[in-house]
Write a protein that binds this ligand. Structure first.
Ligand SMILES: Cc1cc2nc3c(=O)[nH]c(=O)nc-3n(C[C@H](O)[C@H](O)[C@H](O)COP(=O)(O)OP(=O)(O)OC[C@H]3O[C@@H](n4cnc5c(N)ncnc54)[C@H](O)[C@@H]3O)c2cc1C
Ligand code: FES
Length: 257
């Protein structure tokens, strides 16, 4: 594993993507690849995993203490640190489709699209205002199709409707990120199409150590750790696991996804 030591970064710009989602741009670029995450230490609060949405940016949804502390920052803050490691990331190969759903989904797949690795991109949200990033940015580097639950932009319905219509078996790689219930529906479609191994799923699990020691991000029953062995797993690896059913909270108790 190629580890990058903790380094301080200066925030040069903060972009408000939506009321609960901001992109933090750093002064420093990292050799981040699509799907790669870093541990962001917010002194005085916590250290949390965040995917790179660009080589010099993370895009953060405000959900709790640490993300609220990040939202309180202004450009110019110097005392934020990151440690990043090269983990199992999206390995686009051949004809590649990206499927992203929900507000927290787009960051890692945005990096995939902007690096030119996604031939086609299906982006979903509840409503048009929640479709992330300027529409022109993604459509300039991939063939973008949108779906909204309320029909305010693109297809009226779910990303899975567009996936079925796209014939998943015609792709070599399908990179997926979003709420687990959505990713599980994608995995079912890939199983029906006989190609679960083509799916590359980025899992979100509660993380503490971030280096494979504490066990808080273990996946039953294999014991694979999202921080050490992921965060991206192929569909055939997670098919008979806790994926789609439950995850663990900070205290280790199971909660349904
Ligand atoms: C590999 C990876 C990449 C991630 N990338 C991003 C990203 O690009 N942008 C982003 O906004 N978020 C991302 N997350 C989720 C992010 O790490 C959590 O939202 C964050 O840790 C919450 O910290 P908090 O202190 O603000 O909230 P807390 O007070 O810790 O929790 C608030 C709520 O969020 C839930 N939560 C906490 N951590 C996670 C988690 N890891 N997965 C799912 N739910 C969680 C809690 O159960 C609780 O309901 C990623 C998570 C992982 C594992
Ligand atoms: S966060 Fe500790 S093992 Fe993954």
């Amino acid at each position: 594993m190629h580890k990058i030591p903790s380094v301080p970064v200066v925030i040069t710009e903060i972009i408000e993507e939506s009321p609960s989602l901001r992109t933090f741009v750093f002064s420093r670029r990292f050799p981040a690849e699509p799907g790669q995450f870093c541990m962001v230490w917010v002194p005085g609060t916590d250290e949390i995993p965040m995917a790179f949405s660009a080589q010099n940016a993370i895009t953060v949804q405000k959900v709790g203490e640490a993300t609220e502390a990040l939202f309180a920052l202004s450009p110019g803050g110097r005392d934020r640190y990151q440690r990043t490691a090269r983990k199992r990331i999206y390995p686009p190969s051949g004809r590649t489709l990206a499927v992203a759903g929900g507000v927290g989904a787009a960051p890692p797949l945005r990096l995939l699209a902007t690096s030119g690795a996604a031939d086609d991109f299906i982006l979903g949200a509840r409503t048009a205002d929640e479709l992330l990033f300027p529409p022109g940015e993604l459509s300039g580097c991939t063939n973008l199709q949108c779906a909204t639950d309320d029909g305010t932009s693109g297809h009226h319905g779910f990303v899975t409707d567009l996936l079925r219509a796209a014939d998943p078996s015609s792709y070599d790689t399908i990179c997926v990120c979003g709420p687990e219930v959505m990713m599980n529906a994608v995995l079912s479609i890939l199983c029906e199409a006989g190609c679960p191994e083509k799916g590359q799923f980025s899992l979100h699990r509660y993380m503490k150590c971030g280096v494979g020691i504490c066990g808080s991000c273990c996946i039953d029953p294999t014991g694979l750790r999202v921080c050490r062995d992921g965060p991206v797993f192929t569909g055939d690896v997670i098919i008979d696991s806790e994926f789609g059913s439950y995850a663990r909270d900070a205290s280790g108790r199971r909660k349904s996804v």
